[in-house]
Ligand binder design. Structure first.
Ligand code: SAM
Length: 275
């Protein structure tokens, strides 16, 4: 096998099992047993650029080097997202914010924020909701440092922002000189905070949240880790706080003390139901 970048690098069964085991340990992500071609597509360039001609020495490096381990996880996460994805969650967020106490800070956690479309959609919603508490902040976290950096940069092509309406686009973004890219305005930036966080690791933040978004990430976890994570998230909601899950993860909300309040949204008991 040659080390040139144009040639395909095959992965044998033991190396593929090593990849699955490492990804499970480091990120809780369960790879199906037929995803060899995905692994090769996502890792081949990195393996070759380091001068390796097979996967095993690369995986040895991943095992002993924390930095390479991060790159490995970044390469294998699936980061598909969009502005106002599952729009009903943002309509619900508006209703919750309107009913929230105006004299208390309103806090939202976007817990697998990918390249930022989710937390920025939350910020745009809170910024434009008449009657929302004047003080609000969004915590945006993800395990993948690459997408997190893009999220924080807050710059998107015009094409990527198609799902943002014209009015919000005008209020919340500024155009770059070429008019090909839009940049989140500074007023919103001061209210959104980014940090790298593994949902299966320690959660260092203090305080409870009014709303938590944990969408389209639990599907990659084992059934045990899904339930465990939803229970931990429920514990970080204020009484009456709401957890938004991805549409294929909704059943998980029913495995806790949370109460369903509509499509893929669950409320912690002893609170006022949002309208
Ligand atoms: C498909 S994206 C979902 C993005 C957004 N929540 C949405 O619904 O549009 C899944 C995200 O989960 C992140 N992720 C995967 N495993 C994670 C873990 N153990 N802890 C935190 N984030 C994780 C990935 O890096 C990726 O950005």
């Amino acid at each position: 096998m040659s080390g040139t970048t144009s040639e395909y690098l095959d992965i044998d069964a033991p190396a593929f099992e090593r990849v699955r085991g490492l990804l499970r340990t480091k990120a809780g992500i369960e790879l199906a047993d037929n995803r060899q071609s995905l692994v090769v597509a996502r890792l081949m360039r990195r393996v070759k650029s380091l001068g390796f001609t097979t996967f095993d020495p690369y995986l040895d490096l991943v095992e002993r080097d924390e930095c390479e381990s991060g790159q490995f996880v970044n390469a294998l996460t699936t980061n598909v997202t969009d502005f106002f994805r599952e729009r009903h969650h943002f309509e619900l967020l508006e209703g919750i914010a309107r009913q929230a106490k105006r004299n208390e800070p309103f806090t939202v956690w976007s817990s697998a924020c990918s390249s930022g479309q989710e937390p920025w959609s939350i910020a745009m919603t809170l910024d434009s909701t008449t009657g929302a508490p004047p003080t609000w902040k969004v915590l945006a976290t993800d395990i993948d440092a690459d997408v997190l950096a893009r999220a924080q940069e807050g710059v998107y092509s015009v094409d990527q922002t198609k799902a943002v309406g014209a009015e919000l686009q005008a209020n919340c973004f500024s155009h770059d000189r070429t008019r090909e890219f839009l940049r989140i305005r500074n007023e919103l930036r001061s209210k959104v905070f980014f940090a790298q966080l593994n949902l299966l690791g320690a959660w260092p933040m203090k305080g409870l949240f009014d709303v938590i978004f944990c969408r389209n990430v639990l599907i990659y976890f084992s059934p045990e880790n899904r339930v465990k994570t939803v229970r931990r998230l429920a514990g970080l909601l204020k009484p009456g706080g709401v957890l938004m899950l991805g549409h294929s993860e909704a059943v998980l909300g029913t495995q806790t003390e949370l109460v369903s309040i509509g499509k893929t949204a669950f409320q912690r008991a002893s609170g006022v139901r949002p309208s």
